[in-house]
Design a binder for this molecule. Structure first.
Ligand code: HEM
Ligand code: HEM
Length: 137
């Protein structure tokens, strides 16, 4: 995988979440029905904001986007977030018995976040791994 492949993927997915979250915000504002507030907030924050940050941090420190762990982080986050938020939407709209799925998906997101922290803590130390570092003669 080249340096920027995963960052580009994060930016693409983040942009899609941004559109969905803002559309939901507009619908909430227009309808006066704010029952999906928590879904709107977390699409924005776990989708648009977090994913943009993953992409940007990956550009600053490409080592974070390399290898199997980075791919696991990408997919766990990208499976956990939509499942968690779809299940939360269903629950908020009155579907009974779906809490366990919200719980399981939120743990998947938690594992993805822990993986991200591991990647950051173990891989940003070497200056030669950074985009800035490569420009230094
Ligand atoms: C045109 C764009 C947007 C519209 C129309 C919109 C609309 C709304 C509405 C109607 C609420 C519910 C307010 C309430 O019931 O108290 C809300 C809550 C929220 N929105 Fe947005 N929103 C937009 C963009 C964003 C963006 C870009 C973010 C974050 C990056 C964001 C983050 C939040 C959060 C965190 C809450 C929950 C606030 C709380 O806890 O009271 N929104 N938004
Ligand atoms: C797996 C990850 C996460 C879980 C399970 C989670 C869970 C929750 C829960 C249970 C609430 C209270 C909702 C309510 O009172 O109705 C909440 C609220 C909130 N969370 Fe999270 N959260 C997560 C990630 C995040 C992240 C990454 C951010 C910011 C970057 C964030 C920002 C907020 C904000 C601003 C609120 C208040 C708005 C609201 O009520 O929705 N959360 N979260």
């Amino acid at each position: 995988m080249t340096d920027n492949t995963l960052s580009r993927a994060w930016f693409r997915v983040a942009a899609i979440y941004f559109v969905i979250a803002v559309a939901l915000g507009i619908i909430m504002g227009a309808s006066g029905d704010h029952s999906l507030l928590a879904v709107h907030a977390h699409i924005n924050l776990l989708g648009w904001v977090s994913m943009s940050l993953f992409g940007l941090i990956g550009l600053a420190y490409p080592a974070i986007t390399q290898g199997r762990l980075a791919v696991w982080q990408f997919w766990l986050h990208n499976i956990g977030v939509p499942v968690m938020l779809a299940a939360l939407s269903a629950q908020l709209k009155g579907v009974a018995g779906i809490e366990p799925l919200i719980g399981i998906a939120s743990i998947v997101v938690g594992i993805a976040v822990a993986l991200f922290a591991w990647l950051v803590l173990t891989r940003i130390a070497a200056r030669s791994n950074t985009a800035v570092g490569r420009r230094v003669p």
